[in-house]
Write a protein that binds this ligand. Sequence first.
Ligand SMILES: Cc1ncc(COP(=O)(O)O)c(C=O)c1O
Length: 461
Amino acid sequence: MINLYCLECNKKLKNIQISNKRCICDSSRDISQDISIQKDISIKIKNLFTKRKNIEKLKKFEYGKTIIPLSKSTFSSEEIIESMQSHLSTYLTMGTKVGLFEKSFSKYLKTKSSIAVTSGSTANSLALAILSSPMVKNHLKPGDEIITTPLTFATSVYPIEDIGCKPVFVDIDLETLNIDEKKIEKSITNKTRAIMPVHLLGIPCKIDKIKAIAKKHNLFLIEDAADSSGAEYKGKKLGSFGDISTFSFFYTHIMTTIEGGMVSTNNKYFAELAKSKRAFGWIRDLKDKKKIEKKYKNIDPRFLFITKGFNFKPTEVQGAFGMHQIKKLDSLIDARRKNANYWAKRLAKFEEYLIIIKEMKNTKYAWYGYPIIVKEEAPFSKNQLIKFLNSKGVQTRPILSGNIDQQPVAKELNYRKQKLTNATLVNDNGFFIGNHHGIHKIAREAIAGYFEDFFNQYEVR
Ligand SMILES: Cc1ncc(COP(=O)(O)O)c(C=O)c1O
C-alpha cells in the first residue's frame, strides 16, 4: 500500500477523501486522476526495483574478485514513490513530509522534538548556534572551552570554532575509538562549558559516565550521533542522552535521505529555537508565533525575524526518504551487527597484531563500517594489509577524518591539545572496510578468508 496525496495541495489523503474522490482543499475537483497516476507510476517503479533485486540475486560471488564496496544504497521503490508524489504536486520545499519524518524520528529515538536539516554538518552548526544564542540562559560565549574528541569528522570540530569557542581535544579509548571518559575530568578548567562526544562509526561512547561528568560540572552535553542512528547504550538510543544531539543521513550512513541531518532534543525551548534558526530566524514554524506577531504589529508576520539564523531547511524529497528509512533502520542495523559479530569471532586469532572492536555488553552498535587498527608491533604495515584487501576487491577508507590534529587544516584551528597517543595510533594505523546490508553470508565469510590469506602470507598465526 502506498500513501496517496492530493496533487494540488500535497496533503496525505484520508480514506474518506479517497472514497469521495474529493480533497478538502477543493471540493469541486475530482481527484480520481491524481490517485490513478500515483498508483500506475508506483507499480512501474516497484517492478523496476523487483527486477533489479532479482538480477542482483543471480550474480555469483567470486572469491578474491567480486568488489565489496564501502556502502550500498539503503533505499528502494518506497522512497522513490513517496518523493515522486511531491514532484508531481510541485510542492518540494519543506512541508508535510519533513514534518512526518521528524515526528517518526522522535518517536523512534524517544525524544520530545526533532528538527530536520540539510546535513550532519549543518545539524552540528545548528546545535551549537542554539547553545550560544543570547536567547538561551547561561549560553556559550566566545572563549569558552568545549571538550571533544580529535578522532572524528572535520565538521564535528569546525562549528565549535564558528561560535568562537575553543575545542579541547581529549584522547580516545582504544576499546571504543571514542573520547576516553576517564581523561575528561582532568581537562576541565574554569573555561569549560560543554562536552561534545562523538559516537564514532556507530560505536557508543560510555555516555552514562560522560553525562554524569557533565551534570557534576554543570556543562552542556552535545552528542554527535552522525554515524549512529539507531545504536543503543544500556537500552537507550544514542542521541537521547544529551541536551541536544545531531545525526547525519548522508548517502553512505546507516539510513539516508541522500544528504540530510537531524537535531534532536528533549528541551522544548531549544526545539523552537532550532525551528527558527533553521529557517533564517523567522517565526513561521513556531508554536507561539501568534503571540510574537502581536508584539510587532508593524512587521509583516511572514517576514518577522527574532533571532540570527541560517537556511538549513531540507526539502520534501528528504522528508519522503526519511519517512521510509526510519522503518527500515532496525533491520539495516541487524545486518551490520551480524557481519561485525561474525568478523569479531573469526579475526580474534589475530588480536596479537590487530585491534578488533567488539560490542560492549548491554549495547547495540550501528557499525557504520568495520574498523581495523594494526598494532605497532605487527610485522606488516597498515598499507600492506590495505593493498592486499584492495587486491581482493575489498574497498577501504580512513577512519573518518583521522586525528584532526594531524590534518593540515589544524593550522587554521585554535584548539587546546593534550597528549593524543591513541588518536595518533588510529590515524596512522587504522582504516575501515564496508559493513552494510549488501554484505551477505558469502561475502562476510570471504572477507574473513582474505584476512586469513593475508596472515598466512606473512606466516603470522
Ligand atoms: C561524526 C560525524 N559528524 C558529522 C558528520 C557530517 O555529516 P554530513 O556528511 O551529513 O554533513 C559526519 C559525516 O560523516 C560524521 O561522521
